[in-house]
Design a binder for this molecule. Structure first.
Ligand code: F0G
Length: 462
């Protein structure tokens, strides 16, 4: 049973530090210009507090670092692979695993095996790499998330839920055999880090079970989702996060995992599946794209660190502190009256750029603009999660126009302090004060795939 605590204070102390560069406003203006107003193109040495992503940016524990020394760098059959496999079976419960270098490696293999050309892949909102791999495999993503997820003001606690009527409608219209599988993320990144409830997942299992449709779980942030179920769903308040994680996984047929998030490592991922035939195909395909099926693009030491990280990630004290820090920043911004996605997400605070910069049309890239302004103000680096990230519709060639136009302040795990969170909140408040003077951007370079990573922009004239 989880221990009751008053504070989210960290269950660890600091043993090693990494100095940060402090820059001047002039240096930051120059760096941003050179980066084409894209925070992805900034050298990290010129960033003070890096909230670009929580992906691969966690601090590992002393146990994980010690584990790195136990790396068995054999090409085949590394002992660390078996440790990883055992950890995944113990904490997540999936039967068969295929290691990959990171999440998208698993998405590629799974999509190629499980999607037939022309099939639909309904999901609780899209994720950039996940949808792209579904499309490259010939699938068509369909958003079946509840409407509340698209409304940054809605206080619904489980905005990651699937709207079962939307799924039923798709089945009625096209037939179950036209659906490759249902793609479910715990928690939903693009919705602002919002969880799915266990009740919804159970209902989804029942519906898909009737039609013989599989559920594939993007479990990148499953422990954070489990924590929100523990906090907010009836009947789960006395269950440990580890128990809830396993219950979530048991309601699904397989998973893709970017271990760079929840699992507290800097690189790594895997695909997991309970079906032997799909596993066999994946285990064969992994040698084409990633590496042998007992390392999948990772070093032995990386697999060891992941095995230990998985165990640490499902501890109640860890996850309470992790999400607690994010909530602290969110609450500070709410108290200052800054428009953010509510409820506060579990891996970051998402600024509502449409409400922040209402004078900018979506085609002037409000979220991209806001992320750039924040960097210039304080050296805090955030990420656009709006029209640039959404990309273009392959059929029409026009932008996708997502309802949510967000800037993500993503908090790495076990890295920054409460004082850092205060610096971030104060910088956002300063930018908010002079928001009326902010002009938008125009895109001057657009790469073909996942354009947000490498696109370049210029400032529009006043
Ligand atoms: N699924 C989700 C929900 C993710 O957030 C990510 C990565 C992936 C899959 C892909 O995993 O990066 O290991 O290949 N998200 C990062 C982010 C990039 O910043 O949110 P990957």
């Amino acid at each position: 049973m989880p221990q009751k605590r008053d504070s989210w204070a960290e269950p660890y102390k600091i043993k090693m530090v990494e100095p940060l560069t402090m820059t001047t406003r002039g240096q930051r203006e120059k760096a941003l210009e050179e980066a084409g107003h894209n925070t992805f193109l900034l050298p990290s040495e010129l960033v003070y507090i890096d909230l670009l992503t929580d992906s691969g940016t966690s601090a590992m524990s002393d146990r994980q670092w010690a584990g790195m020394m136990l790396g068995d760098e054999a090409y085949a059959g590394s002992r660390n692979f078996y440790r990883l496999e055992a950890a995944i079976r113990k904490y997540y419960g999936y039967k068969y695993i295929v290691p990959t270098h990171q999440g998208r490696g698993a998405e590629n293999i799974l999509s190629q095996i499980m999607i037939k050309k022309g099939q639909f892949v309904p999901g609780n909102m899209y994720f950039t790499t996940t949808r792209l791999h579904q499309e490259l495999a010939g699938g068509r993503f369909v958003d079946i998330i509840v409407d509340e997820a698209h409304d940054p003001e809605s206080l619904f606690p489980f905005k990651g839920n699937v709207d079962l009527d939307k799924l039923q409608g798709l089945i009625d219209q096209h037939g179950a055999d036209k659906i490759a599988y249902v793609s479910i993320a715990t928690t939903v990144n693009m919705a602002g880090g919002q969880p799915i409830s266990m009740a919804n997942l159970k209902a989804l299992r029942e519906l898909t079970g009737k039609h013989g449709i599989r559920i594939i779980h993007d479990m990148t942030r499953v422990a954070e989702n489990a924590f929100m179920i523990q906090q907010n769903e009836a009947g789960y308040g006395t269950k440990a996060v580890a128990e809830i994680v396993k219950e979530i996984c048991a309601l699904t047929d397989g998973a893709t995992m970017s271990a760079k998030k929840d699992a507290l490592v800097n690189i790594g991922g895997f695909m997991a599946i309970n079906d032997w035939d799909i596993f066999e195909e994946a285990r064969n395909m992994v040698v084409v794209y990633e590496g042998l099926h007992t390392y999948g693009g990772m070093a032995g030491r990386d697999m060891e660190a992941m095995a230990i990280g998985i165990e640490e990630s499902v501890q109640d004290d860890h996850i309470r502190a992790r999400v607690g820090q994010v909530f602290y920043l969110g609450q500070r911004l709410l108290d200052m009256g800054v428009p953010i996605v509510k409820p506060v997400g579990t891996h970051g605070v998402f600024l509502d750029a449409k409400a922040f910069l209402p004078h900018l049309p979506q085609t002037a890239f409000p979220a991209q603009t806001l992320a750039a302004e924040l960097y210039v103000d304080s050296g805090v680096r955030a990420m656009e999660r709006g029209i640039v990230s959404a990309g273009r519709n392959k059929e029409t060639g026009d932008h996708y126009y997502p309802k949510l136009e967000l800037v993500r302040l993503t908090i790495p795990r076990r890295v920054y302090t409460q004082a850092h969170m205060d610096v971030v909140a104060e910088s956002v408040a300063r930018v908010y004060e002079h928001r009326d003077n902010i002009t938008g951007l125009k895109m001057v370079y657009e790469p073909k795939y996942l354009r947000f990573f490498q696109a370049k922009f210029e400032k529009l004239p006043k």
